[in-house]
Design a protein around this ligand. Structure first.
Ligand code: ZN
Length: 352
């Protein structure tokens, strides 16, 4: 179990993406409505914690982005490649917390057996401008259906039926089309799409650029003090610059740090590079420097312009420890595929 950090434990965990997309068009307002409605109807003192998919950021308008950043700054949210397992891990850790989502997590019931028959999961329902909550039906499903859901989620994302298409899933992809939501990112963090024998960007349908094998991708974890706010995939040969500035291959600290703290970070502060599945870090000559903290707690300043390996038990400390960076111990999630909500074949057969 990963450590939680210093934020107060949540009593309600919100799966942010499906709530923002409750009516199709992305609207952060649904999250605020859910908070208000839950406080009115269930628990006036509820403490909320949101988990977002990284792809959600690109779907939000400017005001929604500001709100998500604000939640992160207040240690009320984190953003990861794939929110589903993160929501469920947190719900396992905080076993009295309610979960707000629209998902039945049928492909996760083997890994999280408490889901079978649980009464902790609630779905927001909109009626006449007001939001209410309905308990989702988590009646236990049969083991063979659980297995089928896992296979479906894992092996047959939309359009990926042929062996060539499935092979494409072993790699990371980038979008090179300007104006696309994924154009500014080192890696497309959604399922790629497959059209007419080609892997295309799910955002703009132009052919995607192939990057390294997915198994070499490492995840970088960014923490405010000890509280995780962001987890980003760094594909093989990819470069991530941490600092104050927004551009391709950059992590903009202004999105999670308040102004005085962000100002302690230089525009080009630190560079992380994935070479053959190992993460190299390099101090870029920032004003306040970067410290590397070893497993035993001893720390030393990173030398400017010298690349060194970041090991799993180590972390980097910027702005006096306000922003920390470490590697995730987890493998890059296998997929973020929309589970197929169709009836499994064996249940279909029963019905006929
Ligand atoms: Zn694109």
């Amino acid at each position: 179990m990963q450590s939680w950090g210093t934020a107060p434990p949540p009593s309600v965990i919100i799966d942010l993406s499906p709530i923002v997309l409750l009516r199709g068009e992305p609207r952060w307002d649904w999250v605020e409505s859910a908070v208000k409605a839950w406080r009115d109807q269930h628990d006036p003192r509820a403490r909320f914690y949101g988990v977002a998919d990284n792809s959600l950021w690109y779907k939000l308008d400017e005001s929604g982005k500001r709100k998500l950043s604000e939640w992160k700054r207040k240690r009320m949210a984190r953003s990861v490649s794939w929110a589903d397992p993160e929501v469920l891990e947190l719900a396992t850790q905080f076993e009295s917390a309610a979960v707000i989502t629209t998902d039945l997590f049928r492909d996760h019931r083997r890994e999280f057996p408490w889901l079978q028959g649980t009464d902790r999961i609630w779905k927001p329902v909109l009626a006449d401008d007001s939001m209410r909550f309905k308990q989702l039906d988590y009646t236990a499903i049969a083991p063979e259906e659980v297995s089928w859901r896992i296979e479906e989620a894992d092996l047959t994302p939309k359009g990926f039926k042929s062996p060539e298409a499935r092979d494409a899933l072993r790699y990371e992809w980038r979008c090179a089309s300007s104006g696309c939501v994924w154009a500014g990112k080192a890696v497309i963090e959604e399922d790629p799409a497959f059209r007419e024998g080609q892997v295309v960007c799910p955002g703009c349908s132009t052919p995607a650029v192939k990057l390294g094998p997915r198994e070499s991708t490492k995840e970088i974890v960014l923490l405010l003090g000890e509280d995780e706010v962001d987890r980003l995939p760094l594909a093989e040969r990819a470069v991530l610059t941490v600092g104050r500035g927004r551009d391709v291959g950059r992590y903009d600290v202004r999105e999670v740090l308040d102004d005085p703290t962000a100002n302690k970070v230089s525009r080009d502060h630190l560079r992380l590079t994935n070479t053959g599945g190992r993460i190299f870090v390099e101090e870029l000559g920032s004003k306040n420097g970067t410290r590397i903290v070893r497993a035993n707690g001893a720390s030393a300043p990173l030398q400017v312009g010298v690349q060194q390996v970041l090991a799993h038990a180590e972390h980097l400390s910027l702005a006096g420890g306000s922003l920390n960076i470490r590697l995730s111990g987890k493998k890059r999630p296998r997929g973020t595929y929309e589970p197929d909500l169709a009836t499994p074949p064996f249940l279909r057969a029963e019905r006929n």
